[in-house]
Design a protein around this ligand. Structure first.
Ligand code: ADP
Ligand code: MG
Ligand code: MG
Length: 906
């Protein structure tokens, strides 16, 4: 097969495009990002130095042939080179007008680790003389020549760059030069001799004088660089397939280093990469080549400097940037060079930018009519949304801290966002010091006792634990930046923390980045984006909602919904208000037991401990008053939107002190001959209530069945709360959810009572409110009997946490602190099923339940509450399964809104 096409001149892009039927993605795969975009610029009339691309397929073939060019390739390259010679009027190796080229690697995705670019290929002792005659600038020519020898030696021959830098440094010292631009032509000639020696010493060969040999060797080096360890490692880390290969671009050299007046080189963004403003943002250096601008050798000038000195070029540049944006329909990041007043583009690609800039540029481009809303949404990632929600370090101060070596420790990035404060080691101290200023908590690990301190802190880091440790889970739920598992040594006595021989003391300033997992021993100020002011962020998420929502998602007559709604889990009016401000369209889970915490725990304890009926009732009445108030506030905060209140769920002994501790305490007292009545009673009760498997014990609906008084009290509080809200002019939409049902008879037992209590109360108050009663689906059996459940339940909500636990037969805590990590590492499980829903197993149950449930009740709301509701991958699955909504923590709501939309766009 000699007719395979390996080489494409920039102007032949249409051949490749035709081959792939107009699919630019595939063309980019063939020619690499750099090559494809050079050709595309060429095709819209932007001036690009003439050149050609050797395809990624050729790279693969070359490697397959163990470093041989495939048949036909070199001939094709010679033809393409001839074309370049025609285009430029120059000739390779010509003694009058020699063609010089650069050799640039370029895979489909930009990838560090690949071979660097070699500039000035084609120079040798002869062509150098020709260039001197042409340019009349000997200094420029010999500087370029020595750059080629250095670049070729280092990049193509693989000689350590130091071997070139060192003699140059010595030479400059000897001659009393400080900067490269002080060297004259003769100096560079002498350096060139030094470099030639280096190559001879290191490789036992002469620098190849034959330009064709230079080209050949450079191409081979690019292909081979695909498999250098650095590149392989990078691909493994980022999941880029090893089979893509890299393309090679050979391109006519243009020179920005031909004098101070009319030549130079620059890089620019077509819009501002930090804030997204529509203005060219870039830097320019006169009399410079290649990476001089990025390397920061001299201070680059703002792009406007170009306007002052070369206004025509500047104007052309601005116009071409606009042309590029119009063509690529995306913000670009370009490299360009001006050679004696003539502008060339050397590269363009979609620009990287901050999240703020991403939202603004996407919003603006829709307004400008450049792209549609769908395209804009697709280009935003959940990371972009995340970054908007959490504070970030001031980038300038961060850079400085990094330069000064202030990185103290690293760990698992457990909860995103940056935080800065003085460090303390106990929960109590954190609470106390938080009154004086921002604090950061540092603990070996955290327990429920530490929660007060966590709330008081701006952020925390722990020595132990992984991404699902207590610290990590709580921090994520409440949006506290957190790094866990830092392997630091904490001395709580001395109040110090040590790692790598560096010790910090209590009260020292630290800055932690929960997005990257870094801890700095420095005070780095943070910047928080004010979401309310982020018109673009808010609007784009609004578009997401519009794509998802339908003329009434709950109205089956208008056809099935297009996508998911996003609700939030919130236990208090304050939580709910926050969730609503993030765009939640309902509360999918209000855990009533969270209202029993703090000073209220005593009342519930009273209820549990006393055997006296009147006293029991008294305790319940007290709780009822408190809960009624809570619900009223919650319904007011969520007026017009549904609020799903779950009846009490956890085993009651969770409200008593820990059995072991209690036992120890009582026995200690007894040992001293003391007997504390209350503690004795508590122990007796705790012993009675002790279960060997509380997760599978007396909890959920079972509690309601065994302790009837609780159901009536909670239903009354919910209903009365709604009545109060309504009387104040609000529109409460309460729904009551019965948890942990496995058998329809459990619902049959409880649902009528809930119905009766609430209806009676509504009638008594002469108020009409629809209160839907539904059930949580979290036991596999419930999924199997969905049709029977719909007799009593008007909605379903999957508790995917418990459903995952029970389907796998894992206890989450034990699994995550135990074997799960090994399971994932050893590929026994593809991922932690508590993070991203297990679609094949748990998902199958969900689908079955949805399909069979909807068969009997087609208009039923079916949602998901629990952490999976905020996970983009799971959201996609829930969307396809036909759910009505996902409910997640307030901080995940914006991410979920985007993901819900992504799920239906692609
Ligand atoms: P990278 O992928 O690292 O950006 P490039 O291939 O873009 O590598 O090249 C490195 C530098 O050399 C860039 O500044 C680029 O503009 C410059 N360069 C590459 N080819 C040429 C050329 N033909 N003429 C002038 N400068 C070039
Ligand atoms: Mg580079
Ligand atoms: Mg580049």
């Amino acid at each position: 097969m000699t007719d395979q096409r390996w080489v494409y001149s920039f102007e032949d892009i249409n051949d490749a495009l035709e081959m792939y039927k107009g699919d630019w993605k595939k063309v980019t795969g063939l020619l690499g990002g750099k090559g494809a975009n050079l050709a595309r610029m060429c095709s819209i009339g932007i001036t690009v130095p003439s050149g050609f691309t050797i395809s990624t397929e050729c790279c693969n073939k070359y490697l397959e042939l163990e470093n041989e060019f495939p048949e036909g390739m070199w001939d094709q390259a010679l033809v393409a080179l001839k074309k370049v010679e025609e285009n430029t009027g120059k000739k390779i190796g010509d003694k009058k007008n020699p063609l010089l080229v650069s050799c640039r690697s370029g895979a489909a995705q930009s990838m560090p680790g690949m071979m660097d670019t070699v500039l000035n290929i084609g120079l040798n002792d002869e062509t150098a003389k020709a260039m001197v005659a042409l340019t009349n600038d000997e200094r420029f020519v010999y500087d370029s020549y020595r750059r080629l020898v250095q670049g070729f030696g280092a990049i193509v021959l693989g000689i350590d760059d130091e071997k070139f830098e060192h003699p140059l440094g010595n030479y400059k010292k000897e001659k009393g030069f400080k900067f490269d631009n002080e060297l004259k032509a003769d100096n560079w000639k002498e350096v060139l001799e030094l470099y030639n020696k280096v190559i001879m010493e290191e490789k036992g060969m002469k620098f190849p004088q034959d330009p064709m040999e230079q080209i050949k060797m450079s191409i081979k080096a690019v292909f081979s660089s695909w498999n250098v360890p650095r590149a392989i490692q990078y691909r493994e880390r980022t999941g880029i397939p090893h089979t893509l290969g890299t393309a090679v671009n050979l391109q006519t050299m243009v020179f920005g280093n031909m004098g101070e007046e009319h030549s130079g080189t620059g890089v620019a963004f077509t819009r501002n990469p930090s804030n997204g403003k529509k203005e060219i943002f870039g830097e320019f250096l006169f009399n410079a080549q290649g990476e001089d601008v990025v390397a920061g050798i001299r201070n680059a000038l703002p792009i406007s400097a170009l306007n002052d000195k070369l206004p025509k070029c500047y104007e052309q540049f601005i116009q071409e940037c606009a042309k590029l944006e119009n063509y690529f329909k995306e913000m670009q990041d370009v490299e360009f060079t001006i050679e004696q007043g003539k502008l060339y583009f050397l590269q363009t690609r979609n620009a990287k930018r901050t999240a703020v800039s991403r939202f603004k540029t996407m919003f603006d481009m829709v307004e400008e009519g450049l792209i549609d809303k769908k395209t804009a949404i697709k280009r935003i990632s959940s990371d972009d949304v995340d970054m908007m929600l959490h504070p970030q370090f001031d980038p300038n101060v961060l850079k400085l801290a990094q330069k000064q070596g202030k990185l103290f420790a690293t760990g698992v990035a457990a909860s995103p966002g940056a935080a800065v404060g003085k460090m303390y080691f106990s929960s109590k101290k954190c609470v106390e010091m938080a009154k004086e200023g921002p604090v950061i908590m540092c603990r070996p690990f955290t327990k429920p006792d530490d929660v007060d301190g966590m709330f008081a802190s701006k952020g925390l880091f722990t020595a132990e634990g992984g991404a699902t440790s207590h610290a990590a889970v709580v921090a994520r739920q409440f949006g506290i930046p957190c790094v866990v598992g830092c392997n630091v040594l904490i001395d709580e006595e001395k109040k110090t923390v040590t790692i790598n021989g560096i010790t910090l003391n209590e009260g020292d300033w630290v800055s932690i980045d929960g997005t990257t997992g870094s801890i700095y021993s420095a005070k780095i100020p943070t910047i928080q984006v004010k979401l309310e002011e982020q018109k673009h962020f808010m609007s784009i998420l609004q578009w997401c909602d519009e794509f998802c929502a339908k003329e009434g998602i709950r109205d089956i007559k208008n056809g099935p919904s297009r996508g998911l709604m996003v609700w939030a889990n919130a236990d208090t009016a304050e939580d709910a208000t926050r969730a609503r401000s993030f765009g939640a369209q309902g509360i999918g889970l209000c855990r009533t037991e969270h209202q029993f915490l703090g000073d209220r725990a005593g009342i519930l304890r009273e209820f549990i401990l006393t055997e006296d009926k009147d006293k029991k009732k008294e305790a319940l009445d007290k709780l009822e008053v408190l809960q009624t108030k809570d619900f009223e506030e919650l319904f007011i905060a969520m007026t017009d939107l549904p609020v799903v209140v779950r009846l009490i769920d956890p085993p009651l002994h969770e409200f008593l002190p820990d059995l072991l501790e209690l036992t120890r305490e009582v026995y200690e007292l007894r040992g001293k001959g003391e007997k504390n009545e209350e503690k004795e009673l508590m122990l007796k009760k705790a012993e009675q209530m002790h279960e060997s498997n509380p997760m599978l014990g007396l909890r959920g609906v079972r509690l309601s069945i065994v302790l009837r008084q609780l159901v009536a009290m909670q239903t009354t509080a919910i209903t009365q709360g709604a009545i109060n809200a309504k009387k104040k002019g609000f529109n409460p939409v309460p729904e009551i959810m019965i948890p942990l049902v496995g058998h329809p008879n459990e619902l049959k037992e409880i649902q009528p009572e809930v119905e009766e209590v609430s209806q009676n109360l509504l009638k008594k108050n002469n108020v009409e409110i629809e209160i839907k009663i539904g059930t949580m689906i979290e036991i596999p059996r419930a999924c199997l009997v969905a049709p029977q459940l719909t007799k009593y339940a008007k909605f379903f909500s999957f508790g995917t946490n418990d459903l995952t636990q029970m389907t796998f037969g894992y206890s989450r805590d034990d699994a995550e602190s135990g074997f799960l990590l090994k399971y994932v590492e050893d590929d026994i499980l593809p991922r932690n099923p508590f993070k991203s829903v297990d679609q094949i197993g748990v998902g199958r149950l969900i689908k079955m339940c949805v399909d069979e449930g909807r068969e009997s009740q087609p208009m039923m709301d079916i949602g998901v509450c629990g952490e999976h509701g905020g996970d983009p991958k799971s959201i996609k699955f829930f969307s396809q399964a036909g759910l009505t909504y996902v409910s997640c923590s307030a901080y995940r709501v914006p991410v979920a809104r985007l993901s819900a939309c992504h799920a239906i766009l692609d």
